[in-house]
Design a protein around this ligand. Structure first.
Ligand SMILES: *[C@@H]1O[C@H](CO)[C@@H](O)[C@H](O)[C@H]1NC(C)=O
Length: 560
């Protein structure tokens, strides 16, 4: 895992950069290095720069060493020195792919999982997107053909942005902050898309287009197959050369991942104890349940308790790191960043987490209001395809703000395809007072059923969802909302539509986050890279996405 930055310039030779970037800066390499410093937190272990002035190309990697610790520093150069690659992410099936390459070449040993992209490109050209499973964003340049090849993983687990500067040079980077001050036009690089060709003739291709995006699946659920697919996904995600751990939010999703990971590790090491972490305010409801899980799977568990004030202190840091003003994402990211720091200080570099299950199985409480199976399915599709604006963005950037790699087995491509291909009538939750006398059914019930036997305590397996930031303590949402609201005047708020015509903030809390975002990322281009997470108003849901705002929620803790 790391941060990458690539510049593809229109002109070649020693490029003098414009004075507006500062008197001392002379070359594109210097400018690129300076811009990449904005994401250096993603790569505490190493910075690698390759500069090909004759081609107008600079590639930079900020590296966190996790797989191929001693040989994997990037940028990677091919043996014939024609092809250059920077890749952020993990290619989970790289050993299988390495065998394919080895068969063709006689021998081949990749320097790390990322290196496989270069190997595949040399063997098969750019027609390789369907071979890899994993999370990634990469940029590749071929000297011989002058071809550029940039791509992002199917779901957008790994962040990637692109921008053009005033000279029309193309910039690609893991975090948007690297493009501020340099690019006039900035966009989210879309997930499941590759960009190929020469700089003046780039073609965009949507390589990930599964059937479930457009059609309603009809395959009935097979609980055993569902379980097997998730176990396989977790197994592939355990490939790691350094110490790792897992998050326990107290909810069912992260608990399943931790339990499965423990079972897999114990196949090799019978006494293995997973390191697990949970975060919250004192007496947070999540702690009780994560402790229950930790006891059940006998993990080495740590609780990270934060004070409300500590959380409020870092609102600005969060907006800087996560590059969003979405209310839910900001609220949820704060505990995550505090936790990432504590985990980092304990010496870990990689953690497993449960993101994605709520989108794939319909875990959000507003799904109880879905009018029918069709609407339910297409709402799931919309959520899955928007993950890179919300949970994926938060999970990756919040963890990487302290150099922690987060892995999300629910978003394994094979698992997503399997689970999204299940008939929505098997997935849809049914409220306690149903019309038509239907039997009530908890959200994500097929996922729970698949792991109900010997994986977790019943109380956790069948526990109703708390939205992440609710579970850390109900005080948290109320306090941060109040804190932000108090800092916005009525006069300013009334003027919101004029000040922010794009995604106009509809609450003072949203307005507050937006003003901070605007200071760090000025201009409409940046504002457009954010999508707001809101439940379906037309299904009768309140706009505040906090789970507690949804009627279905039954709070049982003393905070209520
Ligand atoms: C599902 O609900 C939507 C919205 O209420 C409606 O337009 C549609 O016709 C319904 N579809 C079926 C198959 O009932």
């Amino acid at each position: 895992m790391c941060g990458i930055l690539a510049v593809f310039a229109k002109s070649t030779g020693e490029i003098k950069v414009s004075k507006k970037y500062g008197k001392r800066l002379r070359t594109l390499r210097e400018l690129a290095y300076r811009q990449s410093s904005c994401q250096r937190h993603r790569g505490p272990d190493h910075t690698g720069v390759v500069d090909w002035p004759d081609h107008g190309v600079v590639f930079i990697q900020e590296r966190l060493r996790i797989v191929g610790v001693s040989h994997g520093d990037q940028p990677f150069l091919s043996d014939n020195e024609d092809v250059l690659l920077v890749c952020n992410g993990e290619i989970y099936n790289y050993l299988e792919l390495a065998e394919i390459i080895a068969k063709r070449r006689g021998s081949y040993v990749p320097r790390s999982d990322s290196d496989i992209v270069l190997g595949l490109y040399e063997e098969f050209g750019t027609d390789i997107m369907h071979m890899m499973t994993g999370m990634f964003g990469f940029a590749l340049y071929d000297k011989k053909t002058k071809e550029i090849f940039v791509a992002r993983d199917p779901i957008g687990i790994i962040p990637l942005y692109r921008g053009y500067d005033e000279q029309g040079n193309l910039w690609v980077s893991s975090e948007m902050k690297c493009l501020v001050d340099v690019c006039d036009k900035v966009e989210v690089f879309p997930p499941g898309v590759s960009l190929r060709g020469t700089l003046d003739n780039l073609k965009e291709e949507r390589y990930y287009q599964p059937k479930w995006i457009a059609e309603i699946p009809t395959t009935p659920v097979n609980i055993d197959a569902l379980r097997k697919h998730l176990v396989d996904a977790v197994r592939s995600h355990l490939q790691c050369d350094v110490q790792f751990g897992a998050l326990l939010s107290g909810g069912v999703d992260s608990s399943i991942i931790a339990s499965v990971a423990t079972k897999i590790m114990r196949e090799r090491e019978p006494n293995y104890r997973l390191k697990t972490f949970s975060v919250g305010l004192e007496n947070a409801p999540d702690f009780k349940y994560s402790r229950m899980v930790a006891d059940y799977i006998n993990s080495d568990h740590k609780e990270i308790v934060f004070k409300v004030e500590d959380g409020l202190d870092c609102i600005r840091d969060i907006i800087f790191h996560c590059e969003t003003y979405d209310v839910t994402t900001v609220r949820c990211s704060i505990p995550m960043v505090l936790m990432a720091r504590a985990i980092k200080s304990g010496g870990l570099k990689m953690i497993l987490s449960g993101e994605g299950a709520d989108e794939i199985f319909g875990g959000y409480l507003y799904f109880f209001n879905a009018p029918n199976n069709t609407e339910f399915h297409f709402e799931l599709v919309k959520r899955v395809l928007a993950l890179h604006y919300s949970d994926c963005l938060r999970a990756n950037k919040a963890a990487m703000s302290w150099g922690i790699e987060l892995r999300v087995p629910f978003l394994d491509t094979n698992f997503v395809n399997h689970a999204m291909d299940i008939d929505p009538k098997d997935k849809i939750p049914i409220p306690k007072t149903p019309k038509n006398g239907r039997t009530p059914r908890i959200e994500k019930h097929i996922l729970r059923a698949a792991f109900s036997d010997g994986f977790l305590p019943d109380e956790v397996i069948w526990r109703q969802k708390e939205q992440f930031s609710d579970g850390v303590g109900y005080n948290w949402i109320d306090t941060i909302r109040q804190f932000a609201t108090d800092r916005v005047s009525d006069a300013d708020f009334e003027n919101a539509a004029v000040a922010y015509p794009i995604n106009t903030p509809s609450t003072k809390e949203a307005y507050y986050y937006r003003t901070i975002f605007e200071e760090i990322f000025p201009g409409d281009g940046y504002a457009k890279t954010v999508m707001r997470w809101i439940p379906r108003a037309d299904w009768g849901c309140p706009e505040d996405p906090s789970g507690r705002a949804q009627k279905i929620h039954s709070a049982t803790t003393q905070d209520e």
